[in-house]
Design a protein around this ligand. Structure first.
Ligand SMILES: [Zn+2]
Length: 84
C-alpha cells in the first residue's frame, strides 16, 4: 500500500454545518479504476462527468451537507499584513 497520490494529502475541511471532520472530497470527471475503488471504499464521492461550474467539492459524511471549498487554498496564499 502506497499513499503517494497527492490528492490524499489534501487537508480536510470541517463541515461548515455540523463541524464534523468526516468530509469526503467530491471528484468530478470520468472515474478511473482507482477513483471507483476509492468511491466503493467510501473515501471519495463521485460527482459525475458533467461539470457545470459551482459544484460542491466536499460532502459531509455525517450530515450529508455539500459545499464548495475553494477558499481553503486562497486563505493560505493570502498573507495578512502584520502576521509575521
Ligand atoms: Zn456535516
Amino acid at each position: 500500500m502506497s499513499e503517494t497520490n497527492p490528492e490524499r494529502r489534501l487537508e480536510r475541511p470541517k463541515c461548515p454545518k455540523c463541524g464534523s471532520a468526516k468530509a469526503l472530497p467530491i471528484c468530478y470527471g470520468f472515474p478511473g479504476l482507482e477513483m471507483l475503488e476509492d468511491a466503493m471504499e467510501g473515501k471519495i464521492i463521485l460527482g459525475g462527468c458533467v461539470i457545470r461550474g459551482g459544484e460542491p467539492t466536499w460532502r459531509c459524511d455525517e450530515c450529508g451537507h455539500e459545499w464548495e471549498e475553494l477558499r481553503i487554498d486562497l486563505s493560505i496564499l493570502q498573507k495578512k499584513p502584520g502576521d509575521d
